[in-house]
Design a protein around this ligand. Structure first.
Ligand code: ZN
Length: 201
């Protein structure tokens, strides 16, 4: 057991920082030291930001996104295309698509994927709300932006069946060669999907 180099308050800070994704014990120590050094410019505003956000975080009753308001910022944005509804597994996927900035539609967060092996069934996902949104709204296209995994694709098929009688167009993301990817390095499944989904040039 290494000897403690700081008081219990700072050691606790390091332990908590080390639980963040992407931070191991070494970088947590470095981050903690940085915070301690910059306590006025960084540590104090950060702790206030934590408390402010913590008091307000809630799940959007419309789409399942996590925000500090309900309806969330995305749902409340009047400039978004109301004809397209993008279905994602989780909030991280919503943020990833927003970073890409290609679809300015609205979203629906399922909160997971169907996974019989892990005991995740349709009732565990935000599916009823999805069906009612499609029924009552102006949605013309539902884009299933789900992971290209077995569970993701099982979920995509399930949602497609669920929306069959609504008359909306159901689309999914293309599978294929990543931008900047070299064919030689791709697995056979990805190459086969890319060839099946080839597009006119
Ligand atoms: Zn929302």
């Amino acid at each position: 057991m290494p000897r403690a180099v700081a008081g219990p308050e700072i050691e606790r800070l390091i332990q908590l920082l080390a639980r963040l994704p992407g931070l191991g014990p070494r970088s947590a120590r470095r981050a903690a030291l940085h915070l301690v050094r910059k306590r006025a410019e960084l540590m104090e505003p950060l702790s206030t930001a934590f408390i402010d956000a913590l008091a307000k975080i809630e799940v959007c009753g419309t789409c399942g996104n996590v925000d500090t308001r309900d309806p969330c910022t995305v749902c409340a944005d009047p400039t978004r295309d109301r004809l397209i509804l993008v279905v994602v597994e989780n909030v991280a996927d919503l943020w990833a698509l927003e970073r890409a900035g290609v679809v300015a539609g609205r979203y629906h967060v399922l909160g997971g994927t169907l996974s019989p092996l892990d005991g995740v069934g349709p009732d565990d996902l935000n599916l009823k709300k999805l069906v009612s949104r499609v029924h009552e709204g102006e949605t013309k296209e539902v884009l299933l932006a789900l992971n290209a995994t077995v569970d993701g694709q099982t979920t995509a098929h399930y949602v497609t069946d669920l929306l069959r009688d609504t008359g909306v167009k159901v689309t999914r993301l293309a599978h294929g060669v990543p931008v900047g990817g070299e064919l030689d390095y791709l697995d056979e499944g990805t190459l086969a999907a890319a060839i099946r989904q080839r597009t006119p040039f």
